[in-house]
Design a protein around this ligand. Structure first.
Ligand SMILES: O=C(CO)COP(=O)(O)O
Length: 141
């Protein structure tokens, strides 16, 4: 599964906690991890996981992840948004969330939902994504 990990600054500690707790699941060889720039850096430092990093969010990272969603190449998005702080790139954030809905990509925007998603991943509840990608002829890059 291709999994995107993203957090706004105030939520980065929570995402580190989450990824550390579920490192064994996220780090399984069938999973490829992606992140916006700063999130990816701190997660790699904290967990040692291999994570492909895009640009920082305000510099276009959300849009880069959105592009993978539009190509049906992203299977899960875990995006700990900060609902209490205005973001300079709010339109990009909205666009990313919108694309998840366009492509029915499982999206967790907070720890509570992320917990359910990660247990679903572990149980194989997301194997339908493989079928969707095979049917659409999508090849992971
Ligand atoms: O701003 C972000 C998501 O909208 C996250 O970007 P960084 O991971 O670079 O902090």
């Amino acid at each position: 599964m291709n999994i995107a990990l993203i957090a706004h600054d105030n939520k980065k500690p929570a995402l580190i906690e989450f990824v550390t707790a579920y490192k064994d699941i996220l780090g399984q060889e069938q999973n490829q991890l992606f992140a916006t720039g700063t999130t990816g850096l701190i997660l790699t430092e904290a967990t040692g996981l291999k994570i492909h990093r895009f640009q920082s969010g305000p510099l276009g990272g959300d849009q880069e992840i959105g592009a993978l969603i539009a190509k049906n190449q992203m299977d899960i998005v875990i995006f700990f948004r900060d609902p209490l702080t205005a973001q300079p790139h709010e339109p990009d954030v909205t666009a990313l969330v919108r694309l998840c809905d366009v492509y029915s990509i499982p999206l967790a925007t907070n720890m509570g939902t992320a917990e359910i998603l990660i247990h679903g991943l572990e149980r194989g509840d997301l194997s339908w994504r493989k079928v969707v990608k095979e049917t659409a002829g999508v090849k992971d890059e």
